[in-house]
Design a protein around this ligand. Structure first.
Ligand SMILES: Cc1ncc(C[n+]2csc(CCOP(=O)(O)OP(=O)(O)O)c2C)c(N)n1
Length: 685
């Protein structure tokens, strides 16, 4: 382990640098003041180091923010986004000054926290502290994976850094330890974190709650750590960045002592500089103190703009250089170059799903997690960009890709990730991989532990990121591990995330189709919800609707036997579909005509036309929903004439079939509830 380096302060920045830094500071201050909301403190304190990075090191092209080999910059402390918007404007991104003037206003491209896809140059949505730092680990993973896959001697077409600006809050959040530990283990040497150590969070001094030695902590994770005592010392920051870039064997943390609200006579180094405007008078004093004109607001001196805008020429030249290198690479490696373009553009190869398995009833009973594993095995051979794994549960989630090797420091070409027992970081790392592009990220764990990774899942959905989750052990039927491991409210919880597609297939073939949908979805995440226990394989000759049906989210699996209008519709998902089928037969013999509707995805079903939904669930026919999960959602989903067999308490420790029995997931109970529903409706009419 290299001992920590201390780089000492003092030198005042040269005049032009100072003008540029103050430009950033006061653009941010004016934005916040005009919006009467936002965070001026971090921009004032961190402008100098951000400037140093952007001016001297960051490889980017404002005219083409999505150029694949650009460096990534993630502002993990998203509350300080006024600084990022100022940087984007002055360096020439498509973010006019009017957008800075409309900071945090309706319809502006300068929202209250950076939102991926809304502002050119914003690489990740940040704001929930810690997420950005962990996203960046995922970006560095993707960079390393693509470099290993595509670079050839003499041809380095993937070669960029991932930089993060993080705050105390980012490092306090547990996810920074999970992600930091993983990054150190993986020796992601091109990941560089600038840590704005200003000793202040919202409640006051970090002494209140955050006193460990952070450098020692990251050193223990296997990071290269440095300290810069004075963030306004651009040369010291530059020196540290240079050393960090040269350290290729370890990720780097540069702890930079910053001062929140730098320059504000009454608010510097206090929590008051954090989440509210400085106030008109304090803005005046701060500007005067730093030798800045009080008016005009949003002042950008010509020499500063001229200097910042050199980024356009610099960036265009860097991109042109890369493009010519890419051409040379393509000349020697035509197929590989085409493959690179394909994965970066998220295109799927021809016939990628040609050989997917088809299962017959003779293959059953088969757990859908096992069917998923068999599907992954085929997809893996067709889609070398699939990169993922599990949070230490691969033998249970069946997420391992045979023959794909482990993604590890000696073998970044390996595609099986070992996230360790770090679900939260896994979620964010998957996001970073998706944001970077070039890989299809997936991650698996037990459904119950999706709770540990919900924050990044929410961001994946918000940002339309193609991430695939493999959640197994999907109900109380998982059995003996008991209530701590038996998911109940997770299904409805995940379905409620706008933009998330949750698919809970009923058998092996529905699972294959679910995977097809997941791989095909390019504008949002998909959560596959899979059983631990074996399930019958539905006979395709008898149930031919499966293939189109799953894609529609819900479909008629088995209609009333007479073909007449059903008396009741049994609507079920996953493992409970089989129960519904058995109950349908029993009800038939009891004179009740039942239709079985399989709803692998309520999210996809709700997207279908009203006409289709009414065909599957004709209004006026009573519904009995059967799902081994919280009943919440089904009531509102299917209207008033409904009964639900669900789980509205915690599960229990016993063999799965016993638990299911006790909770009413039996043919007898389904029939009983159907009769009860019909009886009560008759009474009412
Ligand atoms: C997960 C999460 N919890 C809480 C918050 C609310 N919050 C915003 S900024 C902040 C603390 C800011 O302290 P620090 O990270 O040191 O930033 P600085 O004071 O340097 O601006 C908190 C608690 C958040 N954004 N994300």
């Amino acid at each position: 382990m290299t001992p920590s380096t201390t780089l000492s302060p003092t030198v005042a920045p040269p005049a032009l640098d100072e003008i540029c830094i103050n430009t950033l500071r006061f653009l941010a201050v004016d934005m916040v003041q005009k919006a009467k909301s936002g965070h001026p403190g971090l921009p004032l304190g961190s402008a100098a180091m951000a400037y140093t990075l952007w001016d001297r090191f960051l490889k980017f092209n404002p005219r083409d923010p999505s150029w694949p080999d650009r460096d990534r910059f993630v502002l993990s402390a998203g509350h300080g986004c006024a600084l990022l918007y100022a940087l984007l404007h002055v360096t020439g991104f498509d973010l006019p000054l009017e957008e800075l003037e409309r900071f945090r206003q309706w319809g502006s491209r300068t929202p209250g926290h950076p939102e991926y896809g809304k502002t050119p140059g914003v690489e990740a949505t940040t704001g929930p502290l810690g997420q950005g730092l962990a996203d960046a680990v995922g970006m560095a993973v993707a960079e390393a994976a693509l470099a290993a896959r595509f670079n050839r001697p003499g041809h380095h077409i993937v070669d960029h850094y991932t930089y993060v600006l993080a705050s105390d809050g980012d490092l306090e959040e547990g996810i920074s330890s999970e992600a930091g530990s993983e990054a150190g283990h993986l020796r992601l040497g091109k990941l560089i974190v600038l840590y704005a150590n200003n000793h202040i969070t919202i409640e006051g001094s970090t002494e209140l709650a955050f006193t460990e030695d952070r450098m020692a902590r990251f050193a223990a994770f296997g990071w290269h750590v440095q300290r810069v005592e004075q963030s306004n010392d651009v040369d010291a920051v530059a020196l540290a960045l240079k050393a960090a870039r040269e350290e290729r064997g370890r990720p780097s943390l540069i702890l930079v002592r910053t001062h929140i609200g730098f320059g504000s006579p009454h608010k510097q180094d206090t929590a008051a500089a954090h989440g509210e405007p400085l106030g008109v008078e304090e803005v005046r004093l701060t500007k005067e103190g730093l030798g800045w004109p009080v008016t005009p607001l949003f002042h950008i001196p010509d020499e500063a703009l001229e200097h910042f805008r050199k980024a356009v020429t610099r960036g265009s030249a860097a991109q042109a250089d890369w493009e010519s290198r890419l051409k040379a690479f393509a000349k020697d490696n035509a197929e590989l170059a085409a493959e690179f373009q394909r994965v970066i553009n998220r295109q799927l190869p021809q016939r990628w799903d040609a050989n997917l398995p088809t299962f017959t009833s003779g293959d059953g009973p088969m757990a859908t997690r096992i069917a998923s594993g068999k599907t992954i095995a085929v997809l893996n051979s067709r889609l070398p960009e699939m990169t993922g794994g599990s949070a230490d549960l691969a033998p249970s989630t069946f997420t391992n890709m045979d023959g794909a090797g482990n993604f590890e420091p000696e073998n970044w070409a390996g595609r099986n990730m070992h996230f360790g027992i770090r679900e939260h970081a896994m979620g964010a790392i998957l996001n970073g991989m998706a944001l970077h592009r070039g890989v299809i990220p997936f991650g698996g764990t037990f459904l119950i532990f999706s709770d540990y990774m919900r924050p990044p899942m929410r961001l994946a959905a918000m940002n339309g990121l193609p991430v695939i989750y493999v959640f197994t052990h999907d109900s109380i039927a998982m059995g003996e591990d008991g209530p701590t491991h038996q998911p109940v409210e997770q299904l409805v919880g995940l379905r409620s995330i706008p933009g998330m597609v949750v698919i809970r297939p009923a058998d092996a073939n529905e699972t294959v189709i679910a995977w097809q949908i997941a791989i095909g979805r390019k504008d949002g995440p998909v959560a596959l919800i899979l059983t631990r226990q074996g399930l019958p394989v539905l006979d395709l000759a008898r149930y031919p609707g499966i293939y189109e049906g799953v894609a529609l989210g819900g479909y008629i699996l088995a209609d009333s036997s007479s073909g007449a209008k059903p008396d009741v519709i049994l609507i079920a998902t996953g493992s409970e579909v089989h129960l519904a089928l058995e109950a349908r037969d029993r009800l038939g013999s009891e004179g009740v005509q039942a239709r079985v509707v399989s709803v692998p995805s309520t999210n996809l079903f709700s997207l279908q036309s009203e006409q289709y939904r009414d065909k599957v669930l004709p209004p006026g026919i009573p519904l009995l929903a059967i799902e081994a999960g919280a009943s919440l959602g089904w009531n509102s989903y299917v209207g008033p004439q409904i009964a639900v067999i669900g789980v509205d308490t915690y599960g229990a420790s016993a063999p799965g079939p016993v638990v299911m029995d006790h909770y009413g997931f039996t043919v007898e109970n389904v029939c009983k509830q159907a009769h009860k529903l019909l009886g009560s409706l008759k009474k009412k009419s």
